[in-house]
Design a protein around this ligand. Structure first.
Ligand code: SAM
Length: 268
């Protein structure tokens, strides 16, 4: 049978469909999630149910968000799952996750994410961090490396700073292409993201934080002084504890936040 057909479904590239097909890896991911009865579990992209089935065995109910109409329809008729699932057919990128959350029961979101949209999808999810207990995602290994990176490395970038602003990042498991059908061209990894109960470095302006990150990482070869020349002088940078002669990629999260907060207070 063609490598693109799995359990009678033809994988759709445009939806980033690579279905998990390795019981050992699936088991590892479900153990990492550790789903318990009564928890507010939400899966993004359940697909053919590779993770949904073993998770649903542990709990009474869970919510899923699936964009592919055919797959959502299959899930509605799935003998084991139909009764336990609340199916939201639509785009997770536009989904308002607060509608599923409550203060007593924060969300536990998981999924083998469509790689073509994983970065914007994570930015969307960060905006709900306050309603989330934890998230477990299968991603391209390179993206997990970016999430977990530290300053002064190639992987350190806007995604790193924004992820670590909201969450503690814990890489969990590496996954080879052979664990999927069809096999993706890249290595994968599972990451656990745990939103901070209290932000360690709160900003007064997310807009400014995003802007200083974007401008910094778009001009990696410049010094901090040159990069933000039109916005802040060297003396002020020093007063914020930032060496004007270093490159933006050597700034810590705390320093990016200090810079953003100064911009917010001085560039209304
Ligand atoms: N969870 C299944 C597994 O592990 O075998 C499928 C994973 S597959 C990599 C990604 C899944 O996300 C597919 O079912 C795909 O249809 C779905 N998907 C793609 N884009 C989506 C979006 N924007 N919102 C919700 N689901 C999406």
């Amino acid at each position: 049978m063609s490598d693109n057909v799995h359990l009678g479904h033809r994988a759709r590239k445009r939806f980033g469909q690579n279905f998990l097909n390795d019981p050992y890896i699936i088991d590892g991911i479900v153990s990492a999630i550790n789903p318990l009865p009564g928890e507010n579990l939400v899966e993004i992209g359940p697909g053919l149910g590779a993770l949904t089935e073993p998770v649903a065995r542990e709990v009474d109910k869970l919510s899923v968000v699936e964009l592919d109409r055919d797959l959502a329809e299959r899930l509605r008729h799935h003998p084991e799952l139909a009764d336990k699932l609340t199916i939201y057919e639509g785009d997770a990128m536009k989904f308002d996750f607060t509608q599923l959350a409550s203060e007593e029961n924060p969300l536990r979101i998981f999924g083998n994410l469509p790689y073509n949209v994983s970065t914007p999808l994570m930015f969307h999810l960060f905006s709900f961090a306050g309603a989330v207990k934890d998230m477990h995602f299968m991603l391209q290994k390179e993206v997990v490396n970016r999430l977990a990176a530290g300053p002064n490395s190639k992987a350190y970038g806007r995604l790193t700073v924004m992820a670590q602003y909201y969450c503690k990042v814990v890489p969990v498991l590496e996954v080879p292409p052979t664990a999927f059908k069809p096999a993706p061209k890249v290595d994968s990894a599972v990451v656990r993201l745990i939103p901070h109960k209290e932000l360690p470095h709160p900003t007064t302006s997310l807009k400014w934080l995003e802007r200083v990150c974007r401008e910094g990482f778009n001009q990696r070869r410049k010094t901090v002084r040159n990069c933000y020349k039109s916005l802040v002088d060297a003396e002020t940078l020093e007063s914020l504890g930032i060496d004007p002669s270093v490159r933006p990629e050597s700034l810590t999260l705390a320093q990016f936040v200090a810079l953003a907060n100064w911009m917010d207070a001085n560039h209304k």
